[in-house]
Design a protein around this ligand. Sequence first.
Ligand code: SAH
Length: 371
Amino acid sequence: MIAALPLAVDSLAVLPGILDLPLDRFRAWLGERGQPPMRVNQIRRQILANRAESFEAMSDLPKELRGELAASFAPFSTRVERHLAAADGTHKLVLRLADDRTIECVLIQDDGRATACISTQVGCGMGCVFCASGLNGVERNLTVGEMLEQLVRLRNLTATPGRLTHIVVMGMGEPLANLDALLATLAIAGDKNGLGIGARHVTISTVGLPAKMRELADSGKQYHLAVSLHAPNNSLRTRIVPTNDKTGIPAILAAADEFFEKTGRQVTYEYVVLGGLNDHLEHSRQLAGLLAGRKAHVNLIPWNDVEGLPYTRPHDDDLKRFIDTVRRAGVSVKVRKRKGAEIDAACGQLRRKVESEANHRGTETQSRKEE
Ligand code: SAH
């Protein structure tokens, strides 16, 4: 069952979002109004930790200050364009950004976990052939505030006890292409005055950018790294993941090995299973050969349909044989559970629908004008 939920009253922000305001400028702004610097944390904590969605709701602030804040800033720079909820507790949001672009993010709730899946870019520049996010390339990186707002908005939808337990950076975009802003976001998310989600509960998924994987390892944080491998040899991987042409599998595995050595955290290899394309017996043997002896885990993701793309999900028998071959080689392997399928939870799909509806409406208006 799909429920399209009524949207909270929430107008498009024309004022700058408070979460993107540099802290020194925020302190200066407060100073000009005779307010102490500690208000910065107090106000941010209200949004990040206390679920305030307006300045008016910040009852621990002087009334006049609340009014001044509301006249100069918006608590959120994004607005909820679409909110879908599935019967299994999955929520999907399409957020409209201040520059009118859209992104999406997902809340997945099961086994006492509440996981936020967030986007890091508008669109994606990696061009993986099976993925909806990259069909129109990348438009821009998201700001720290825009990434935090995804987390806050999803957290505000959680059932009791009302906190996020995990973050997966697996929405739209290539996280390591926006690494500085992502690390700043995750640092705030990990803070006890923020969302209190520790690094070990955060998974960052990458197409495999070796230099950036090293930079992430050097950040000294215990994030979990997932590498989108999707094929066990270079010629097939380059067909499926075009950036492989410049990188190549060996360089990615070497960077992943270094990540493991530096952080002690086992790397997950993601493998989208495309029926008849990368699920042959030979592919599973090659994959097992690549990963046997490495401390690695494989996550198989049967392809989620994307309208207009010519791929199929694997047959059950082929998938089972693939798993058995990899497992027999001593490599740990699992098939990713499918959540929220009925609400287009695969990367970039709902956003495409919303955008194409908007374009359609645009065309209708246009043709009416021409009549
Ligand atoms: N740019 C990052 C994050 C992508 S989304 C990366 O490449 O890892 C997280 C995972 O979902 C990636 O492994 C991605 O390849 C995969 N994915 C994207 N579209 C998919 C689809 N339609 N079906 C199944 N998996 C998909």
